[in-house]
Design a protein around this ligand. Structure first.
Ligand code: SF4
Length: 474
């Protein structure tokens, strides 16, 4: 705030907290003095008038402290600006502050994750504070009707359908927009989304991601740090091992949990869980990506062999699962899984881009087709908790109609429009479910969990690591 006092322009800064100093000799904190002096110097430059002082209002004390802008303070401002320039040009980011009282109210806390950076699960008794919001910002707007168009109307997105009534959504309620099939978006709506950092994604009818306009954090230094770290084969293998172990363990725990209480487990199921245990043990010591891929494949084959035992006995026989088949899906369960994994890939990709990492430079998957390898890597962590668990539960609740929700073609089964809609509903509900992190001890939605894991991955090459891929199903 700028005020005119006795003919002089005076910048005011308002703080919610308390001032420094003691009763009768209250002072502004040094950081606040520098801030208000920087304002003064900017005003001098813009208006060509000297600004002799600034003032800081501390609302918790209900006092205003005067800050003379003298030569010493001006020199301190210049030193801080120079330090800022050096930091901006540096590849390495400075470590989180050791003064943890500064962090809870810092606006950077949700991206900096200082509590997680300081947390050591082996020695710390108290879990870290959650400074990341529990839920993701806004909801995902899926536009599925052919020819429907997303436009802008004031501060709202307006979806005009051919058959369905118009839908208006305030932009503050939208986190991302997904255009399925031949849904359209106007340039005005695209610009509106871009200006609000809202991702827009185009997917095929089959759920495959075609392209994205995703908001990205400033990235050059981040990309350099990422490339340097992931270019080191041993480091990349270490991360891949943790990733695969987390995935195999999730598969095993899900199977064991879902079949608990089945007194005499079927022989085939017992065999499958034993194979999964073996794959898990071996993956933990794999000495190359190729070996790791082998163990992951063995574990996955056993997991999918066990999957039919997770479905209720009286489910319609049309939902018989014939083992995992990707392209094309040969049965209804595979059609649902393939579509859902496509949706998950898009979620992970958006999180990777939003955090500021390069999605095409991963540590496990080899580049193939146009898929982004880092997004493929990270989605391994979420296949079971976000997709498989939600899909199996939905099948067992008889969410899907075996006839109306699918198109059966020679050698392949595809989801029909209603089926796709149901999968999306299942996944959106799952993303909003809240889960308590087994190591960090705090709760957050699965949508946020995806973002958290991307941020924890980045910490692995910033000397603040140790927490990536530690999530485990209970
Ligand atoms: S949250 Fe991060 S940027 Fe903010 S004060 Fe703490 S360490 Fe510094």
């Amino acid at each position: 705030m700028l005020r005119l006092r006795s003919g002089a322009l005076i910048p005011y800064e308002h703080k919610r907290g308390r001032s420094a100093g003691v009763a009768g000799a209250r002072e502004a904190w040094q950081t606040d003095r520098i801030q208000v002096a920087a304002y003064a110097m900017l005003i001098e430059e813009a208006h060509g008038r000297q600004v002799p002082e600034g003032r800081v209002r501390y609302h918790a004390d209900s006092i205003t402290v005067r800050v003379p802008v003298d030569d010493e303070l001006r020199a301190a401002v210049r030193t801080v600006i120079e330090r800022g320039r050096q930091l901006r040009e540096a590849i390495e980011r400075p470590p989180v502050t050791s003064n943890d009282r500064l962090c809870p109210r810092c606006s950077l806390a949700p991206v900096c994750l200082p509590e997680e950076a300081r947390f050591d699960p082996e020695t710390d008794e108290l879990p870290p504070l959650r400074l990341l919001p529990e839920h993701a910002r806004g909801q995902t707007l899926h536009v599925m009707e052919n020819g429907a168009q997303v436009g802008r109307s004031g501060d709202q997105l307006l979806v005009k359908g051919r058959e369905n009534p118009d839908i208006r959504l305030p932009i503050v309620e939208v986190g991302q927009v997904v255009l399925h099939g031949y849904a359209q978006i106007t340039t005005q709506a695209l610009r509106f989304c871009a200006s609000r950092e809202i991702g827009v994604h185009w997917t095929s009818f089959g759920g495959e991601l075609i392209g994205s306009l995703a908001p990205a954090a400033a990235t050059a230094q981040r990309h350099i740090r990422q490339f340097r770290a992931l270019d080191a084969p041993e480091f990349a293998l270490g991360l891949a091992r943790r990733l695969v172990v987390a995935k195999l363990e999730a598969q095993l725990r899900f199977v064991l949990r879902a079949t608990r209480g089945d007194g005499g487990r079927a022989e085939e199921l017992e065999r499958a869980t034993e194979q999964m245990r073996n794959a898990l043990r071996r993956a933990a010591h794999a000495d190359s990506s190729a070996t790791l891929l082998g163990h992951e494949g063995t574990g996955a084959a056993a997991y999918f062999a066990a999957l039919p035992y997770l479905l209720v006995d009286d489910l319609d026989p049309a939902f018989q699962f014939l083992g995992r088949s990707r392209q094309p899906p040969r049965d209804r369960v595979n059609a649902i899984l393939s579509y859902a994994y496509g949706m998950l890939y898009r979620e992970v990709l958006q999180a990777v881009i939003a955090v500021g990492l390069h999605p095409g430079f991963g540590f496990y998957h080899r580049p193939r087709s146009s898929a982004h390898t880092l997004a493929l890597d990270l989605m391994e962590l979420f296949r079971v908790p976000v997709v498989d668990m939600a899909v199996v539960a939905a099948l067992n609740r008889r969410t899907f109609d075996p006839q109306a929700d699918f198109d059966e073609l020679p050698g392949r089964v595809l989801l029909g429009e209603d089926g796709r809609r149901k999968v999306i509903e299942v996944l959106e509900r799952r993303k909003a479910d809240v889960w308590r992190h087994n190591v960090l001890g705090y709760s957050l939605s699965y949508a946020r969990l995806i973002e958290l894991e991307v941020r924890l991955l980045e910490k692995e090459w910033m000397n603040e690591g140790g927490l990536f891929a530690r999530l485990r199903l209970r």
